[in-house]
Design a protein around this ligand. Structure first.
Ligand code: FES
Length: 353
């Protein structure tokens, strides 16, 4: 592998050729703030928050888009750099309704963190919020375009990671915004509600509706687990507050198989967990109704019925169908039980249907 040596903030750094200045800085544990950059997405270099000074270059450069070069000397925290970053954030704060007090993402907002990091204490420019109505047209994702900073992360996530191609930039200048086809509300668009856009949004522009007012971000405990909806084995995080799952997220750093992506079921289909109608005990049918039973009673009843059917009609009168929601181990045990215990090969799996 070809390597390149450069100096960042006085520190000698060796990195792979083709890496950007941002990647090299992160390898060397040198912090450069970003907004439109996301490690899972193609680089767009749009926001200019990551600008740095490179000796010999007249203009500041976007470190997320600029490849390293042998002998490059980079400064990430000069007064000129910090002034440029502050200007970007001041303009973003003035162009929307960034009232953190009323924002669902308060405490997990990259714009908020950046304003704090840059020591911004007040609004430098008059705030000119576009006054868009909130889009609450579907049950899963809430869109508040007044909090959108047009970083384009959601657009790249939708078009280039999920390849759903539902959203893009629309209109021009101060009227620019992220739109669906024909500027329809999310609920009426072609959106499949995978929530990839929500997962990469750095502000409160895209949030999970079901999680609204359930818990502040700093009260959430994240528990990594495997999605139970199908056999792919996607890695996700249950966001738990006071013993209740209030949100499901994922993280690209978990790697395969999903690299942080989820489908609509994995991300939003968790209301069954605490649903009052969820079955918690076995039910035994009695004439036209069901009554609750213990597991011992239910299993004994099933075993008795299986034996009766087998002795009366033979083992092949029984058949078992198992599910992709089970683990491989459970599916293995299921077929073993049917073949070795009940004595029939009549066993199948929903994935083949
Ligand atoms: Fe580099 Fe936005 S993070 S330009």
């Amino acid at each position: 592998m070809d390597t390149v040596r450069l100096v960042i903030d006085g520190k000698e750094v060796t990195t792979a050729a083709g890496n950007t200045i941002l990647m090299a800085a992160r390898q060397a544990k040198i912090h450069i703030p970003t907004l439109c950059y996301h490690p899972r997405l193609p680089v767009s270099g749009a926001c200019r928050v990551c600008v740095v000074e490179v000796e010999g270059r007249p203009a500041l450069v976007a470190s997320c888009a600029m490849p390293v070069a042998e002998g490059m000397v980079v400064h990430t925290k000069t007064e000129r750099v910090l002034r440029a970053r502050r200007l970007v954030v001041d303009l973003l704060l003035a162009s929307g309704d960034h009232n953190c007090l009323l924002c669902q993402s308060n405490g997990s907002c990259e714009l908020q963190d950046l304003a704090y990091e840059l020591g911004i204490e007040s609004f430098r420019f008059p705030v000119d919020s576009p006054g868009y109505p909130k889009d609450t047209s579907n049950a899963m994702i809430e869109r508040d375009l007044n909090k959108c900073i047009l970083c384009g992360r959601c657009v790249r996530a939708c078009n280039e990671v999920q390849v759903n191609e539902v959203i893009d930039f629309g209109y021009r200048g101060g009227k620019a915004k992220i739109v669906t086809a024909w500027d329809l509300p999310y609920g009426e668009s072609e959106c499949v509600f995978c929530g990839e856009c929500v997962s990469v949004c750095p502000t409160g522009a895209l949030t999970e509706r079901q999680a609204k007012f359930k818990a502040r971000p700093w009260k959430l405990q994240k528990v990594r687990t495997t999605c139970a909806y199908c056999g792919v084995g996607c890695q996700l995080e249950l966001n738990v507050a006071e013993g209740q799952v209030v949100k499901v997220t994922s993280d690209y750093r978990y790697g395969p198989p999903n690299f942080g992506s989820l489908c609509v079921k994995g991300r939003f289909g968790y209301d069954f967990i605490h649903h009052p109608e969820r079955l918690k005990t076995p039910l035994v049918r009695e004439k036209d109704s069901f009554r609750e039973a213990s597991w011992d009673e239910a299993l004994e009843l099933v075993a008795k019925k299986f034996s009766e059917i087998r002795s009366r009609y033979g083992a092949d009168a029984l058949a078992g169908l198992t599910s992709a929601k089970c683990t491989n181990e459970e599916n293995y045990l299921f077929q073993k039980f049917f073949r070795a215990v009940l004595g029939t090969n009549n066993v199948d799996h929903c994935a083949r249907l």
